[in-house]
Write a protein that binds this ligand. Structure first.
Ligand SMILES: *[C@@H]1O[C@H](CO)[C@@H](O)[C@H](O)[C@H]1NC(C)=O
Ligand SMILES: *[C@@H]1O[C@H](CO)[C@@H](O)[C@H](O)[C@H]1NC(C)=O
Ligand SMILES: *[C@@H]1O[C@H](CO)[C@@H](O)[C@H](O)[C@H]1NC(C)=O
Length: 351
C-alpha cells in the first residue's frame, strides 16, 4: 500500500474549515457591497420620493450642463423612464449604472472627468449639443465612453434640438398675421463669419430687422410674438456641420410661424428632418441678391408664400426642449443598450 500521496485526515479537516471560512467571508463581503448600494439607493429614492423597485437603473448626472439645474426624476410619461433613478450624488459614482457627462464642464482639464477605479459594467455617456467648433479638447474623451448623446442622428441617443410630430388627421393651420418682412436674432456677432458676410450682402437688397446684443431689444417673453409678425426668419447656424440644426430653426423660426431661410448643413441634410417645401436654403441661390429677389417676389404672391405652410396640416413642430427632456431619454436607451459597447474615439467621429 502506498501512503505517500495520502493527506492526513486532520489536514483535510483544517482545509475544509478554511475553505468554509473563506466562503463565509466572501459571501459576507458580496452582501455588504450590494447592501451598501442598496442603502444609498433607497436613501436617494426616498429623497426623490420614488418607490423602491427591484431593478433600478441608477443614472448619475456628473455635472449640470452650463451649471443649469433642472428637476430630476420628473420625466414625462412618453419618455418611459420607469425603473430609472436620476441622481447628482457623486457618492453613487461607482455603483451607478450610467454616468452622463456633459462635455463643456469636463473640457477644460481632463481631471474634471470621474477619477478612480471604474466599474466595467457602467456606461459612460458623452453628452454634447454644441457644434464641434465649440467643443474643446475632444481628445480628453478618447477610449473612455460607451454611448454618445448629441444632435448627430448617428448618436447612440439622438438628441435633436427639435422634431416634428405627425397629426392624427389633417389639421388647419392659421398663418400668423404678417406685417414685416425679414427678422434675425443674433448674439454672437463675428464680422468675419460667413453668416455676417452673407447678411451684409443680403441687406443691400431687402430690409432685415436684426435683434439681439447691440441691435433691437427682444425679451425672451416677447420673442415668439415679435418674430411671428415676420414673413421670413434667418435661421443661420454659426457653423456648418452634419445634423447641426439648432433652436434657430426649430424654435425661432418654426415655433413662431415664419418661413425659415437656413444656412448650415446642406439642403439634403435639412430634408432628413423637415419637409423640402418648409424652408428656403441660401444655397438654393447663387448669391444673396438672387435670394433677396425671390423673397420680394414671395412677398407679392400670397399663394406661393402660403405654400411654405402646407406641411403644417400634417405635422406639428416642437422646438423648445428643456435639459430634463434630454436626460430623460437616457433611461430607455440604457434598457436597450447592448451589454458591452465602447466609442473608442469621440474626436474622430464628432467633426
Ligand atoms: C379646415 O378648413 C376647411 C376650410 O376652411 C374646413 O372645411 C374644415 O372643416 C377645417 N378643418 C378643421 C379640422 O378644422
Ligand atoms: C471651425 O473653425 C475653424 C477654425 O477655428 C474654421 O476654419 C472652420 O471653418 C470652422 N468650421 C466651420 C464649419 O465653421
Ligand atoms: C465602457 O467602456 C469602457 C472603456 O472602453 C470599458 O472598460 C467598459 O467595459 C465599457 N462598459 C460597458 C458596459 O460597455
Amino acid at each position: 500500500m502506498a501512503t505517500g500521496g495520502q493527506i492526513p485526515t486532520w489536514m483535510k479537516v483544517v482545509l475544509l474549515i478554511s475553505i468554509q471560512i473563506c466562503l463565509v467571508i466572501f459571501l459576507f463581503m458580496v452582501d455588504q457591497g450590494e447592501d451598501g448600494r442598496g442603502k444609498i439607493i433607497s436613501k436617494v429614492l426616498k429623497e426623490a420620493r420614488l418607490d423602491s423597485t427591484e431593478s433600478t437603473n441608477v443614472i448619475l448626472i456628473w455635472t449640470y450642463p452650463f451649471d443649469q439645474r433642472f428637476p430630476l426624476n420628473q420625466c414625462p410619461p412618453h419618455l418611459d423612464s420607469s425603473r430609472c433613478l436620476f441622481t447628482d450624488d457623486r457618492e453613487l459614482y461607482f455603483s451607478a449604472d450610467a454616468v452622463v457627462i456633459h462635455h463643456r464642464e469636463v473640457s477644460f482639464t481632463s481631471t474634471q472627468l470621474p477619477q478612480g477605479p471604474r466599474n466595467i459594467k457602467q456606461y459612460w455617456i458623452w453628452f454634447n449639443l454644441e457644434s464641434p467648433n465649440h467643443s474643446q479638447n475632444l481628445h480628453f474623451m478618447e477610449k473612455k465612453f460607451n454611448l454618445t448623446m448629441s444632435y448627430r442622428a448617428d448618436s447612440d441617443i439622438f438628441a435633436p434640438y427639435g422634431y416634428l410630430q405627425k397629426h392624427n388627421s389633417l389639421e388647419n393651420f392659421t398663418i400668423p398675421k404678417k406685417s414685416k418682412l425679414v427678422a434675425w436674432v443674433v448674439s454672437n456677432w463675428i464680422p468675419s463669419s460667413r453668416r455676417i458676410q452673407f447678411y451684409k450682402e443680403l441687406k443691400k437688397h431687402i430690409t432685415i430687422d436684426v435683434y439681439g446684443r447691440q441691435h433691437l431689444p427682444l425679451s425672451a417673453d416677447d420673442q415668439i410674438d415679435t418674430l411671428s409678425k415676420y414673413k421670413f426668419y434667418l435661421a443661420f447656424e454659426n457653423s456648418a456641420h452634419e445634423d447641426y440644426i439648432t433652436e434657430k430653426l426649430w424654435h425661432n423660426a418654426l415655433t413662431s410661424g415664419t418661413v425659415p431661410i437656413v444656412m448650415g448643413p446642406s439642403r439634403g441634410n435639412y430634408e432628413r428632418f423637415i419637409p423640402a417645401e418648409s424652408f428656403i436654403h441660401v444655397e438654393d441661390f447663387s448669391n444673396a441678391q438672387e435670394l433677396a429677389a425671390y423673397l420680394l417676389k414671395l412677398d407679392q404672391e400670397d399663394l406661393s408664400y402660403q405654400h411654405y405652410f402646407t406641411w403644417r396640416s400634417r405635422y406639428k413642430s416642437s422646438g423648445q426642449l428643456d435639459w430634463d427632456h434630454f436626460y430623460c431619454k437616457v433611461c430607455k436607451a440604457l434598457k436597450e443598450a447592448p451589454p458591452y459597447r465602447t466609442r473608442p474615439s469621440i474626436e474622430k467621429w464628432f467633426i
